[in-house]
Design a protein around this ligand. Structure first.
Ligand SMILES: [Cu+2]
Length: 205
């Protein structure tokens, strides 16, 4: 091995060592993971798994979260947001869509054409989660959900039912699930530093 090659090997070895040794940033991973089974449904997607109440107060994201209306669907179909979040409703279809909700204080943001948006803050919730059904008066088959929660510790399941919740500080919590059609009892979870917790749910009617 030439001196030059040895140097390259050494540099690579040091680089690998650094990546492996770095605590936190890379290795942290989600604090809580698990699987949700939606009994009787073909997909396990769209279940919101969330920490019911975490200590402290939480700032909503500085930028709005976008809910799109595309190909006659609200995308994402289910969108959890921290209390105070502004949702930007976007129309991406070449036809006008409307946005209204019959829930809680109720609202109708109007009807607008492709490419335009309207912002709405979700700043009130007496008991978490506050679920606002999103509907369109032009297309009654369209439906989506904005799920207002207290803190940023939430995840949404994929089709396989997997979810992951990042950044939960160590502590004891109650983990709950909201789903458009099915229900499950909340479960206790203890998060320990550097040790991901696993919680599984079975949803039923
Ligand atoms: Cu529509």
């Amino acid at each position: 091995m030439t001196c030059h090659r040895r140097l390259i090997v050494f540099v690579i070895a040091v680089a690998i060592g650094l990546v492996v040794a770095l605590p936190g940033a890379h290795a942290a991973g989600p604090a809580i993971t698990g699987t949700v089974k939606a009994t009787g449904l073909s997909s396990n997607a769209d279940a919101v798994v969330f920490v019911v109440q975490a200590p402290g107060t939480f700032k909503p994201p500085a930028e709005p979260m976008t809910m799109d209306q595309k190909q006659f669907q609200f995308i994402p179909h289910v969108m959890p947001v921290v209390l105070g979040t502004v949702v930007k409703f976007l129309n991406s279809d070449p036809t006008p869509h409307n946005v209204f909700s019959p829930d809680f204080e109720k609202y109708n943001l109007g009807t607008w054409p492709q490419g335009q948006t309207k912002d709405r803050p979700f700043a009130a919730c007496a008991k978490f989660p506050c679920v606002y059904t999103q509907l369109c008066r032009v297309h009654p088959e369209m439906e989506g959900f904005v799920v207002v929660v207290q803190n940023p510790y939430f995840g949404v399941t994929d089709k396989a039912g997997h979810f992951a919740i990042d950044g939960v500080p160590p502590g004891s919590y109650t983990l709950a699930v909201w789903h458009p059609k099915l229900k499950a009892q909340p479960k206790p979870v203890i998060v320990e530093a550097g040790k991901p917790a696993t919680v599984d749910f079975v949803l039923a009617r």
